[in-house]
Design a binder for this molecule. Structure first.
Ligand code: HEC
Length: 177
């Protein structure tokens, strides 16, 4: 690893020196040489950024339900009564009454529903085209960090990191009362 890095810097340095020694004495010509040399030098530096592919990763696939904290819904027993209290965080934007849209769409019958399907609600293109079906497991993943699962969603909600609370909330959404 260290050897590789030294090698990379040597390559980068020789590329730089080549860029500097080339060209005539006029400054504009030197600048031109440096400009054309720059893209050629880039591949030499490439190995380092390539080692971190996680940065470029997109959202999980529509049927992927893996969470950031590694929890799975099946390990929790959700309680609707506890979930009702958690739902206070959602109630400013959502209700569970059928056909009632606020800042967010009605969450009536959300379990098993196709995303972006509430009539009369103006979804963002991101939510509308996510291809998600809201299974309990997908909700469990989504509610942990909505922006990760649907980048560019217009739902302004950071997420619920407490897995037990997510399980409670889902039990409530399954049977709101
Ligand atoms: C600040 C307002 C706001 C809060 C708070 C909020 N939401 Fe949302 N929610 C929205 C909006 C707006 C959308 C539509 C997103 C879009 O179209 O990009 C949405 C979309 C959703 C969807 C997708 C619905 C569909 O039909 O595809 C679910 C599920 C959801 N919210 C659940 C929740 C839950 C559960 C909570 C509480 C933990 C919550 N939201 C908190 C505003 C909010």
């Amino acid at each position: 690893m260290v050897k590789l890095r030294i090698l990379a810097s040597v390559v980068a340095m020789s590329a730089l020196m080549a860029a500097c020694s080339g060209g005539g004495s006029e400054s504009s010509e030197t600048a031109k040489t440096a400009e054309t040399a720059a893209p050629a030098a880039a591949p030499a530096a490439a190995p380092a950024p390539a080692a971190a592919p996680a940065v470029a990763a997109g959202p999980p696939a529509a049927d992927d339900v893996t969470t950031l904290d590694g929890t799975v819904l099946a390990s929790f027993t959700g309680t609707a009564a506890a979930g009702k209290a958690v739902f206070a965080q959602c109630r400013t934007c959502h209700v569970t009454d059928a056909g009632v849209n606020k800042t967010g769409p009605s969450l009536n019958g959300i379990i098993g529903r196709k995303s972006g399907s509430v009539p009369g609600f103006a979804y963002s293109p991101a939510n509308a085209a996510s291809g998600i079906t809201w299974t309990k497991e997908k909700l469990f993943q989504y509610l942990e960090k909505p922006q990760r699962v649907i980048p560019k969603t217009k739902m302004i909600y950071a997420g619920l990191t407490d897995a037990q609370k997510r399980a409670d909330l889902i039990a409530y959404l399954e049977n709101p009362a």
